[in-house]
Design a binder for this molecule. Structure first.
Ligand SMILES: C[C@@](CO)(OP(=O)(O)O)[C@H](O)COP(=O)(O)OP(=O)(O)OC[C@H]1O[C@@H](n2ccc(N)nc2=O)[C@H](O)[C@@H]1O
Ligand SMILES: Nc1ncnc2c1ncn2[C@@H]1O[C@H](COP(=O)(O)OP(=O)(O)O)[C@@H](O)[C@H]1O
Length: 283
């Protein structure tokens, strides 16, 4: 049965570790990183239109309509599939921008999967992920929807099954530009590749952390505060800082103490993205 309206989640991700192995000729960096999803994110609503127009109805501060990754994803999919239908889109945005939790990439992936469903294109995940990669290095993992060890610039994915703790995520009130961190001369770019799978314990370092912590006192502060309770880590190029706890009750307790002065939230780690769980329930 065909539907013409759909609401889908757009989860956040964490980088449980991130090593930078080198820089390619095109300026992009070769990484090894472990992605896991959070059961926490934005929500997008899509409604098919017959006139071919693509319209995002929710305004974003500082992001013009046609630059929004949601609109760019929809337009690319429409062009490449030759679809004559259009789409109205609304988003309930709760993920911070420039937080290293992948909100923009996740929104793009939710759009690709949602429109593939509504426009009945029948594209497979590999094809959607390849299109997604042209929008951002993190889009493919959100399209595939499974926790994964990622190599290359993030597009070579091997599914992984890390523990799924409860996380406290602190959101320092600064937006970190990924490009700015990757162009810092002090960034470590020569980590040795990990050859063993699954990634052995003790490799949880994020090579971006020293550069981000030096540039952003707010991130340093969040790392110090959460570090009093558990190992505090940086996700991606930041700004968000996270730490795992064995139960929701423990995460809630620490979060209540820290969010008196800092913004943050508690969320469960998940190896199957909530977007894919919802899509599965529609089939
Ligand atoms: C570092 C990571 C780790 O998950 O996450 P974030 O902190 O951004 O969430 C990602 O690889 C980011 O992916 P994404 O946010 O999609 O980055 P893109 O838009 O593709 O790239 C933004 C800019 O960062 C630099 N860049 C990005 C990825 C990479 N592997 N090497 C790079 O040098 C490039 O200068 C690029 O122009
Ligand atoms: N739908 C979107 N959601 C978030 N950011 C977007 C979106 N579309 C474009 N952007 C731009 O992408 C940048 C990176 O966004 P985001 O993915 O949230 O951060 P990060 O890559 O640090 O996890 C934002 O600062 C914003 O300028």
């Amino acid at each position: 049965m065909s539907v013409d309206k759909l609401t889908l989640p757009s989860p956040a991700k964490l980088n449980l570790m991130l090593h930078i192995l080198g820089r390619r000729e095109d300026g992009y960096h070769e990484l090894q990183t472990l992605f896991q999803f959070l059961d926490y994110g934005d929500e997008l609503t899509f409604a098919v239109r017959d006139d071919g127009m693509i319209q995002l109805h929710t305004e974003f501060d500082g992001v013009p309509h046609d630059s929004n990754l949601i609109v760019r994803a929809a337009k690319k999919l429409q062009e490449q599939s030759g679809c004559s239908q259009g789409i109205d889109i609304w988003i309930d945005k709760i993920l911070p921008m420039g937080g290293g939790i992948g909100g923009g990439s996740s929104n793009a992936a939710t759009t690709l999967l949602g429109l593939n469903h509504l426009w009945q294109l029948g594209w497979g995940q590999d094809r959607l992920a390849a299109l997604g990669l042209t929008l951002g290095a993190d889009v493919p993992v959100f399209v595939h929807g499974h926790a994964a060890f990622a190599e290359g610039v993030g597009e070579k994915l091997t599914p992984q099954f890390p523990e799924e703790p409860w996380y406290v995520v602190l959101v320092p009130q600064v937006s970190v530009s990924t490009a700015e961190i990757f162009s810092d001369p002090l960034l470590t770019r020569n980590s040795s590749p990990i050859k063993v799978r699954p990634v052995p314990k003790g490799n949880s370092r994020n090579d971006c952390l020293p550069v981000v912590a030096r540039r952003y006192p707010e991130v340093r502060n969040a790392l110090n505060l959460l570090g009093k309770f558990t190992e505090a880590k940086l996700t991606g190029t930041g700004s968000c800082v996270f730490g795992g706890f064995p139960s929701k009750a423990e995460a809630d307790k620490v979060s209540a103490l820290l969010t008196e002065t800092l913004t943050g939230f508690v969320a469960k780690g998940s190896n199957v993205s909530m977007l894919h769980r919802k899509l599965q329930s529609l089939l």
